[in-house]
Write a protein that binds this ligand. Structure first.
Ligand code: SF4
Length: 337
């Protein structure tokens, strides 16, 4: 599970991809779901059969008490095996690390600002890394690959080689988002040009660094934007779809939910009519009074579309909390080819 414990952050990275609704706001999200309580976050974790949680922000350390309560609650609910890691852009003090470690945190990933990479030893990060490792936590750095910072990145990685108990380093492909696009373009970055929103040359530089430091003893990993989407997100959607699909909903191979909706004046009346005239089982229909529609199993709607008193649509939506609709096709159009 991705748990954003606050959108607030003391850093101001020009490439920050956080959305408008989160950036700078003291909000909590468990995956796509806005939550107010620890219990809601735990419910979301159950819905995706979460095996671990990435605590993120903003900066979770800007809401340290809340972060600590969340870590304690996750460990209490799911046990020691539920791996919890935390991202922070702050070098943490011994006291902060101890509090997190005692709460059960397994791993810390530090995200130093881009302008500190060339001389990381002059910052507080290496000290925090050493203290976290001494406390028994896994510890590493995680930074986006800025394509015009090859020398700084090489110097950063070079300074970690030969460190006893050197932290791992995750290099992430940099991506355009609606909130950072202007700043990235201002830095002269361009979009790669295929279907992804990745920044041109970020991947090449990330892979080059992995190659150059292979055999150095330093654990350098590269994570592409497409891997995040294709594997991480897909796996999460798959587990959530299987857990939230109701009898009238089908889970597709793309991990979306397929069903029909009927737009009509009185959804309850249409449902009663289908039960009376065609023996449609009650669990294959849901009257959504809020939206004023009748949800119906797609296979029932396909068979009875001409007899239904309303406009039928085949819809596909993500199994996320917000049930984002990705496609809507009028069933009449399907029938008429
Ligand atoms: S540390 Fe992360 S959340 Fe904070 S400004 Fe930088 S990218 Fe955004």
């Amino acid at each position: 599970m991705v748990l954003l414990v606050t959108g607030r952050c003391h850093s101001s990275c020009f490439y920050c991809p956080l959305s408008e609704g989160k950036r700078g706001h003291d909000v909590i999200y468990a995956n796509e779901r806005p939550v107010d309580t620890v219990e809601e976050a735990i419910e979301e974790a159950h819905l995706i059969d979460a095996e671990g949680t990435g605590v993120t922000g903003g900066d979770p350390v800007d809401a340290l008490d809340r972060t600590v309560s969340m870590v304690i609650a996750l460990k209490a609910e799911f046990g020691e095996a539920h791996h919890v890691h935390l991202y922070t852009s702050a070098p943490l003090s011994g006291d902060q690390l101890l509090t997190l470690s005692e709460a059960g945190l397994d791993e810390v990933r530090f995200h130093p600002p881009a302008d500190t990479l060339a001389d990381i030893d002059a910052t507080g990060y290496p000290g925090s890394v050493a203290v976290a490792a001494e406390m028994g936590m896994e510890v590493g750095y995680e930074v986006p690959v800025l394509p015009d910072m090859e020398e700084e990145l090489r110097a950063f990685l070079g300074s970690l080689v030969d460190d006893e108990g050197a932290p791992f380093v995750n290099l992430n492909e940099l991506e355009f988002s609606s909130t950072n696009a202007e700043a990235l373009l201002g830095h002269g970055y361009t979009v790669r040009g295929d279907e992804s929103a990745a920044v041109q040359e970020s991947e090449e530089l990330g892979r080059l660094m992995v190659e150059q430091f292979a055999g150095s003893g330093l654990r350098v990993h590269y994570c592409s934007a497409s891997f995040k989407d294709a594997i991480q997100l897909r796996n999460r959607l798959k587990r959530r779809a299987e857990n939230v699909a109701r009898p009238h909903e089908l889970v597709t191979e793309d991990q979306t939910i397929l069903k029909a909706v009927v737009e009509c004046d009185d959804p309850g009346e249409v449902a009663r009519d289908l039960m009376t005239r065609f023996d449609v089982p009650a669990d294959l229909m849901v009257v959504d009074t809020e939206r004023g529609v009748l949800e119906l199993a797609a296979w029932v709607a396909e068979a009875l579309e001409a007899d239904i008193d309303g406009d039928c649509y085949l819809i596909e939506e993500y199994p996320t909390w917000d049930r984002l609709e990705v496609e809507r096709v009028p069933m009449r159009q399907i029938r008429e080819g």
